[in-house]
Design a protein around this ligand. Structure first.
Ligand code: APR
Length: 243
């Protein structure tokens, strides 16, 4: 029976793939008023601006690749049941080959119906489900975009002021972890930042971040960038019997 390795990742794991973090110097929130482009009020106020913001992020994402840290997490699946809980909206964990990825804050490559939120559509795929008058770029949506049912769509992103629907399954995973790892997050946004506190006492916890936030002293901090830190983690977690 493989041990459950639960890994909670933030923007830092994608930094070395060329994707800006949010709160580092020059981060996304330094260049955009977060409540204009990533809040329920902001979307109600100016949906065109929000669509434009996510169109730009989608276009840069397709040119980015998973980095060695994303790939090393896949390697750990050889010896552990690995579950990734990510605050990231990019698809780099999936593109690296991770089998179990739970997105807490949504998925950048997806949009969903405004009227039927259970209807989600992946942009840039084979089937073109979303049509936008006068625009044939499959990665671009506007308030005029329509799904196959004729409904307007919105980014499949959890905005500030909105509930985090996947937090319950995430808490369940943290509570069942045999090893818990946090990678590349400033631990300032809840409820994601609180997952650490659901880990059972005595379960080893690791935190990989070059500029780590304050964490309880039972956490083993690896103060490295993700690519170097995850390599160290693999050496620590590789079973002795494994070559
Ligand atoms: N490797 C690992 N960690 C890194 C690297 C790197 N190369 N570069 C930066 N970091 C770390 C920073 O030290 C910081 O702790 O990544 C973290 C980035 O923190 P934030 O920018 O706050 O990103 P995150 O914690 O993921 O933000 C959480 O806030 O705005 C919301 O929805 C957004 O999901 C996001 C949430």
């Amino acid at each position: 029976m493989k041990k459950r390795l639960v890994i909670s990742t933030g923007a830092g794991i994608s930094a070395e793939s060329g994707i800006s973090t949010f709160r580092d110097a020059g981060g996304l929130w330094e260049n955009y008023p977060v409540m204009d482009v990533c809040s329920a009020d902001g979307f109600a106020r100016n949906p065109a601006l929000v669509h434009k913001f996510y169109n730009e992020r989608r276009k840069s994402l397709v040119d980015c690749q998973p980095n060695a840290a994303h790939k090393a997490l896949v390697e750990l699946e050889k010896w552990y049941d690995v579950y990734v809980i990510t605050q990231n909206v990019d698809d780099l964990h999936e593109r690296a080959g991770s089998g179990n990825v739970l997105h807490l804050h949504g998925e950048l490559m997806k949009v969903r119906s405004l009227r039927h939120p259970e209807r989600t559509y992946t942009l840039g795929g084979e089937e073109v489900a979303i049509t936008t008058p006068g625009i044939d770029d499959p990665l671009v949506t506007t308030p005029e975009s329509r799904d196959p049912y004729g409904d307007p769509v919105r980014p499949h992103i959890v905005f500030f002021q909105e509930a985090v629907p996947n937090i319950e399954p995430a808490i369940d995973l943290a509570a069942k972890a045999d090893i818990f790892v946090v990678i590349g997050t400033s631990l300032v946004v809840y409820p994601a930042a609180g997952l650490l506190h659901y880990v059972r006492p005595g379960v080893p916890v690791y935190y990989i971040d070059p500029n780590p936030a304050a964490v309880p002293d039972y956490v083993t901090v690896i103060p490295e960038k993700a690519t170097a830190g995850v390599q160290k983690l693999v050496e620590l977690l590789r079973p002795k019997s494994a070559v």
